[in-house]
Design a protein around this ligand. Sequence first.
Ligand code: UDP
Length: 245
Amino acid sequence: PRKLLIVVTPTYTRPFKAYYLTRLAHTLKLVPPPLLWIVVEMHAQSLETAALLRETGIMYRHLVCDKNLTNVKDRGTYQRNTAMAHIEEHQLDGIVYFADDDNMYTLELFEQMRTIKRFGTWLVGMLAPGKSRPILEGPVCKDEKVVGWHTNEKSKRLRRFHVDMSGFAFNSTILWDPRRWKRPTLEPIRQLDTIKEGFQETTFIEQLVPDESVMEGRPPGCLKVMVWHLHLEAPKGFAYPAGWT
Ligand code: UDP
């Protein structure tokens, strides 16, 4: 039987939301089942998201993060925590992937994910026009073995692992059966919110795996980009579309 893919997407209401969620729903619909799409919103379910989820025919759960936030930059982090708590509580058994709503995913990526035993990682193509950021984030591999990371001088010194949130996926049982995996820590992994911006990925991964030796580079050689990140939002005051109608 095919491995269950657990795709976690935090989302929020903004002008490009319909565009992003529709596109992602279509991608996921092309992935052979079983796939569970966990979509998490802040404070309340929006009617538009609920309608979209109902109509896609994808197996889904529509969760709400009710964390009371005062001054928080990265709300998506809390929303991912909500999804992980759900996976733990229900002991869902599959491969967990954080799929932000604004990325573009190839079908090959989901095929590759199904071959992961513990923790898989790959390149993310960062499309950031005008920004002096690396074009690629992710592992350098020799076949499946991760031997290094694409990085720059500055972040090389700061971060242990150089992976984007959408550049890895892992076995969900690591969350609720840590003993089986000899996880570095047996503390519950749900502290993403206490972590400084820019360090979420590395700090999270440090709790899942001891080092690169247990990572699985995908596809073997890690020379292929299977997901792209393009940060693109509407300018302020772009008042379209309320209720998507
Ligand atoms: N996100 C969210 N609430 C927010 C900000 C972001 O749900 O207040 C979601 C967003 O929809 C996306 C993910 O979190 O799925 C990452 O978005 P963000 O724009 O923060 O990431 P970036 O593009 O800056 O890496």
